[in-house]
Design a protein around this ligand. Structure first.
Ligand code: PEP
Ligand code: MN
Length: 364
């Protein structure tokens, strides 16, 4: 895959953006912003959704441009930078009229390249490519679609692009509202090491009790900051009421957050451990190679005996056995289940390929 080595502006770490899911009234945004500014001085950005793309048409769809006036007043009163979500080009124009400092692109928009293209062209046309942009991941776990969205902004000259990981919408999201799938932001950081990646723990969590643990995980994985939903009275919030925290809870969260210092680690210890990990990974791959060779041998017999490649009873036995052993070894059963499902799927592919190869050789 071709990826331009584009970079965005590196900011202080962690960058924290806080504020309500939606702007609901002047009093609500003002009270929330003032409390945040006083109790969490490390927060420099205030967020509030003005246009809300909602799942069902009957839900609260935001106040609209009226709320932009509130945000510009908040900026003047608190000194916080203000940002909001834009979905259509006309939103960008309205934000600029009201002196909004940054724009974020929501997950539903990042999913649609045509919409991104229109927003990018609008920024170019209005000559505001210096404006900070926060690009959330698309709804589906596709790192290329996420990169593609950022690339479209980069291609029109946008200089200040930050990614925001907000989790993915799957059939089974586990205990959270969105599945974090941390491997996706990790892969993004690997492919674009110069792009800052924030985490939005609120939309991943869905419930306020999980916001702290997700934020800590993001810090442990070296993400660059957080976008957290904060409301002075979350119970009364018109959107995402369950996941918003109060300004006091934000203060406590930030105080308890352990931010690893990547420059200050004992390098020789880490290097030694990493070397051992490299050896173990080599062993794992050697074992996988041996296992797939056995699958090929199995394929020959199954083919001779006209047996189907997938044997449900045997698979059930294998899975039960591996899950039991995972428990005995203190490994997560969920983790082992995922690994063996992948190994089994690959084994069937290898068997099928071996049979095809064999038949072709016979034909020739
Ligand atoms: C939001 O930040 O309020 C929002 C709607 O987020 P997302 O696009 O991540 O769903
Ligand atoms: Mn929200």
């Amino acid at each position: 895959m071709f990826i331009k080595p584009f970079h965005s502006i590196k900011r202080e770490k962690p960058l924290v953006i806080a504020g309500p899911c939606s702007a609901e009234s002047y009093e609500q945004v003002l009270q929330t912003a003032e409390s945040i500014a006083v109790s969490s001085p490390s927060v420099h950005w205030f967020r509030a959704g003005v246009w809300k793309s909602r799942t069902r048409p009957s839900q609260f769809e935001g106040i609209g441009s009226e709320a932009l006036k509130w945000l510009s007043q908040i900026k003047a009163l608190t000194g916080l930078k203000v940002c909001t979500e834009v979905i259509k080009p006309e939103h960008i124009e309205l934000c600029l009229k009201h002196g909004i400092d940054g724009l974020w692109i929501g997950a539903r928009t990042s999913t649609n390249p045509f919409m991104i293209e229109e927003l990018a062209k609008c920024l170019q046309h209005l000559k505001v490519t210096k404006l900070p942009l926060f690009v959330k991941n698309p709804l589906n776990p596709d790192v290329n679609l996420w990169i593609g969205a950022m690339e479209r902004f980069y291609n029109v000259g946008c200089e200040d692009i930050t990614a925001v990981h907000r989790g993915f919408s799957l059939v089974d999201n586990g205990k959270y509202r969105q599945k974090p799938l941390w491997q996706v932001p990790i892969e993004l950081k690997r492919l674009l090491p110069d792009v800052s990646v924030l985490c939005d723990p609120s939309h991943i969590a869905g419930e306020r009790q999980y916001v702290y643990e997700i934020s800590q995980m993001a810090m442990d994985l070296s993400l660059d900051g957080l976008m957290i939903e904060v409301h002075h009275n979350p119970e009364a919030a018109k959107t995402d009421s369950n996941q918003q925290i109060t300004p006091d809870e934000l203060k406590s969260l930030l105080e308890h957050l352990n931010i690893p210092n990547s420059e200050n680690r004992s390098l020789s210890d880490i290097t030694a451990i990493r070397e051992r990990i490299d050896f173990i990974d080599d062993d794992i791959m050697d074992f996988l190679q041996k296992r797939m060779a056995q699958s090929e041998a199995l394929a020959r017999i199954k083919h001779q005996e006209n047996m189907s490649l997938f044997q449900p009873d045997r698979w059930q036995e294998v899975l039960n056995d591996r899950l039991l052993k995972a428990k005995q070894k203190g490994l997560s059963q969920n983790f082992i289940k995922i690994i063996f499902e992948q190994i089994h799927e690959e084994s069937i592919k290898v068997q099928s390929y071996a049979i095809k190869k064999n038949s072709l050789q016979k034909e020739n």
